[in-house]
Design a protein around this ligand. Sequence first.
Ligand code: AMP
Length: 221
Amino acid sequence: MQIILLGPPGAGKGTQAKRLAERLNLPHISTGDILRHNVKNETLLGKEARDFMDKGLLVPDELVARMLMLRLDQPDVKKGFILDGYPRNINQAQTLDDMLKQRDLDIDMVIYLDGSESVIIQRLGGRLVCSSCAANFHIKNMPPKKSGICDSCGGKLYQRADDKEETVKKRLEVYKKEVSSLIQYYEQRKILHRLSADEDAEIVLDKIICLAQESDDSLKV
Ligand code: AMP
């Protein structure tokens, strides 16, 4: 099963995608995580991407497409995936369709997590990310058991450079410019489901699982 999570930064895509991937036993592919990994390891791709990311801008489409193509060729993707952070514009949506077609795959479901701006800014302001496994926490809403340490792997938690208020505003601006055409694109294909991201994370996850089960009988227990 191939699922895409769409939504503004701070809607909880990463958190939901990770939990959903665990529950459905599918790989979680986050273009943001892959890019941050490259930046951290100072790869060629990371060096090219860093400036765009620090400014809250999109990394050029062809760079991200190359990176995603490599990930889609990994054997674990054969059973499906949860895609988070891609596509970000129509060009990327079309590129993704082409990549999947070449692999005899199709998108089954697109979940659009919509959140109010005040909730988004509050969430991003307190977000903490594990430097080792990329798990997300929140200073207030989802604090780690031990301050500054990841519950899952014991890695060190940090605040993302692009979660600073000015950069968040830029990221939201970039997001708003592109999202309506993406919504239309998937609505026309009748695979888009809208959910409110302002609700409790557990409730949102249950709703996504129900939708996945409706779309694929083999997931019913
Ligand atoms: P995210 O973790 O999804 O919030 O992404 C963090 C940053 O990585 C974004 O602000 C972009 O600079 C870059 N990025 C992630 N995914 C993409 C993508 N599909 N296209 C272009 N840039 C991306």
